[in-house]
Ligand binder design. Structure first.
Ligand SMILES: *[C@@H]1O[C@H](CO)[C@@H](O)[C@H](O)[C@H]1NC(C)=O
Ligand SMILES: *[C@@H]1O[C@H](CO)[C@@H](O)[C@H](O)[C@H]1NC(C)=O
Ligand SMILES: *[C@@H]1O[C@H](CO)[C@@H](O)[C@H](O)[C@H]1NC(C)=O
Ligand SMILES: *[C@@H]1O[C@H](CO)[C@@H](O)[C@H](O)[C@H]1NC(C)=O
Length: 630
């Protein structure tokens, strides 16, 4: 039986992990973007996508193990942790003394010994030791009650310990407060937990256990910002080694991102993607009426007369006019022309116009406007079945983007029912299955697509990618070799298919065959010099391969030069700037990406990145840690 990925808790690790680089960056996949799922809720959420190798491994561990395929996403966190590990192996490991102890049954934390807190030695020590000893005894009694589950009594004992403890015994005192907080936690008295932890942290600023407990209390009290700050401090102080705190950081980042995105997305201006993106999107449909160039006979006489005078547009032509604008790449006018056709009495191309309008609503990121149009096309029984199947594919992708995998699957299955010979259905359903991590079904769909359209290079390349993922997940090296050989065959058979090289390059990067991956990206660039995404991937490769930051940034700048709406480039640039310690620049980049986000989910993911970066800088400042740089 298929695992429900969302149900496995350790899967839900870092929001800050984008899976973009390891999933095919087809435009329609972006529309139902992988990072959309990364930004979704943790437990109980629908299929979350990850790199080829996530089988069972938490994603942040994967980021450590595999390195940069997730570097851009894991971003700040990843580098911090790498930095930390390097330093630890160097012998100092300043976080080690602060690790939460793992004993479950006692509330006591191993506080880091503050300077000058040893047992007093000089004159007058005797009296002090007495009161400290009495405080310790009260605490020990409290611990016994705690272990027995008698939390009220435990709290009394800890209170006694606090009042007995000499005020200059910071570390002991902080422990007593922390212990009392643990008892309050058991009673779910979150405000008291937060208050006692605050005392403990005031007395002992790097007291990880108290910080983490306060983070949890803030979570319960719905103080997300405070929770994020505390848990970020914990993650940094622990060197990103503790999964529990990573999980909480992930969770609160997602909640915050979602909240902000919801607010922002409502009020944003519709945004038309770049012409390259739009053309690439339409090219992913081959069995599609609306994206085919207008047939000669379809054009009205007036249109024929006007050919060559592109800008002179007749008021009443509706759909055909919209098609003409499409050929001219004058995309901003398409929605209004379609509306004219739809609103006109007895328009001949009503269904086509609805579908085209819906498609552009989707492209500008307005799903709520797209849905009724798609619903109409789908229920128009008299309409061409190709139109209805295409509408179902698009509605299915839209549902996927909204994290409704069941509705999505339903639509794709219905599309296959009504138009079983439509290669697009299988092609797009295969991509959905990859996102849902149902690799076997994905391969079957790609096979069906290939059977219907043997010349479909894209489907063959994606099939290889699915097989690669499957092999990687199954840790089967002979299958991995077979998948790599499959890629070789695809690029030999379809030397003009850029996507084949791009997907092969991703697999090669994953296999640490960097030189060859770089060659493949160069081939992509030769074939599609104006595809910005490829430059970003190539830039990331430089980072992972040679740690060549300048070259990486240069390539990503080039991507922005080619397409100044390339959100992926801004996101990546932002992450790199975080790692270089240029926070303002990073936040600027993230905000640019946020403004370009193609869906609310993607926007939420970007807000999470931005918040993570911000929190880490704040914490670094507060604790006097120098932000790591590449
Ligand atoms: C750009 O290239 C990527 C592969 O790197 C491909 O998936 C995508 O469809 C291309 N995008 C555009 C807009 O051409
Ligand atoms: C979506 O489109 C509808 C209809 O044009 C419009 O009223 C609405 O404001 C748009 N919503 C967004 C989020 O752009
Ligand atoms: C994968 O398989 C190899 C041997 O084939 C084994 O050494 C390794 O531990 C396996 N890795 C995982 C994550 O199962
Ligand atoms: C790897 O896959 C091959 C081919 O599917 C299979 O014959 C072999 O048993 C698998 N090996 C392992 C270790 O699972």
């Amino acid at each position: 039986p298929k695992r429900q990925r969302g149900e496995r808790k350790e899967e839900g690790v870092l929001t800050t992990t984008s899976s973009k680089p390891v999933v095919s960056i087809n435009p329609e996949v972006i529309l139902a973007s992988p990072s959309a799922f990364a930004a979704g809720q943790g437990e109980g959420g629908p299929g979350r996508t990850a790199g080829p190798g996530t089988g069972g491994l938490p994603r942040w561990q994967l980021a450590l193990a595999v390195g940069a395929p997730l570097l851009l996403g894991a971003g700040a966190m990843y580098l911090w942790s790498r930095q930390r590990r390097r330093r630890d192996t160097g012998g100092r490991g300043d976080a080690s003394g602060l690790k939460r102890n793992s004993e479950r049954k006692t509330p006591e934390g191993r506080a880091s010994p503050a300077p000058g807190s040893g047992h007093p030695e000089g004159p007058g020590a005797h009296l002090e030791m007495n009161s400290l000893d009495r405080a310790q005894a009260a605490k020990n009694k409290g611990n016994k009650y705690f272990k027995a589950g008698k939390y009220e009594q435990a709290i009394q004992c800890y209170t006694e310990a606090i009042s007995l403890c000499p005020t200059e015994k910071n570390v002991d005192l902080s422990t007593f407060y922390q212990n009392r907080a643990a008892a309050f936690e058991q009673l779910q008295k979150w405000k008291e937990v937060a208050q006692d932890c605050t005392k403990a942290v005031e007395l002992n600023p790097k007291y990880v256990k108290a910080l983490f407990r306060r983070a949890k209390a803030h979570e319960k009290l719905d103080n997300k910002k405070e929770c994020l700050e505390d848990v970020t401090a914990v993650c940094i102080l622990e060197g990103f080694q503790n999964q529990q705190s990573m999980l909480l950081a992930d969770k609160v980042l997602k909640l915050l991102g979602k909240e902000k995105a919801k607010e922002k997305y409502k009020n944003r201006e519709p945004l038309m993607p770049s012409p390259q993106f739009i053309k690439s999107y339409f090219s992913s449909f081959t069995d599609d009426i609306i994206s085919q160039p207008t047939l000669k006979g379809e054009k009205s006489d007036e249109d024929k007369d006007k050919e060559g005078e592109a800008l002179e547009v007749k008021e009443n032509s509706g759909y055909l006019k919209a098609k003409q604008y499409m050929e001219e790449e004058n995309y901003d006018k398409i929605i209004s022309e379609c509306s004219k056709e739809i609103d006109a009495e007895g328009g001949r191309h009503r269904a086509e116009a609805l579908l085209l309008r819906a498609t552009f609503y989707l492209l500008v990121g307005n799903a709520s406007a797209a849905k009724p149009d798609l619903d109409q096309v789908i229920s128009l029984k008299g309409a061409d079945v190709k139109l209805r199947a295409n509408a179902l594919i698009k509605r299915g992708s839209m549902y996927m983007q909204q994290q409704e995998p069941l509705l999505s699957t339903q639509d794709f299955n219905m599309a296959a029912d009504i138009d079983p010979q439509n290669a697009d259905v299988y092609h797009h359903r295969g991509q959905l299955k990859i996102l849902l991590d149902q690799v076997e079904e994905a391969v079957a769909d790609f096979d069906e697509c290939i059977r219907l359209r043997p010349e479909s290079a894209l489907a063959q390349a994606q099939k290889c990618f699915a097989l690669y993922r499957q092999a990687y997940t199954g840790n089967n090296s002979s299958q991995i070799q077979a998948a790599m050989k499959g890629f070789e065959e695809v690029i030999k058979k379809f030397p003009r298919c850029a996507e084949g090289y791009a997907l092969y390059a991703q697999a090669l990067t994953d296999q640490q065959q960097f030189g060859k991956a770089d060659e493949m990206y160069d081939k992509c660039i030769d074939l599609e010099p104006d595809n910005a995404t490829t430059y970003v991937h190539k830039g990331l490769l430089q980072l992972q391969w040679k740690q060549d930051l300048d070259k990486g940034l240069e390539l990503i700048s080039k991507a922005i030069e080619i397409d100044n709406k390339c959100d992926f480039a801004y996101e990546t640039m932002g992450t790199i700037e975080v790692q270089r310690g240029n926070m303002e620049k990073a936040i600027d980049m993230f905000n640019k990406a946020i403004n370009l986000a193609k869906s609310e989910m993607e926007m939420a993911h970007l807000y999470s990145l931005c918040d993570a970066a911000h929190a880490q800088t704040e914490v670094a400042k507060k604790y006097g840690l120098k932000p790591p740089t590449l």
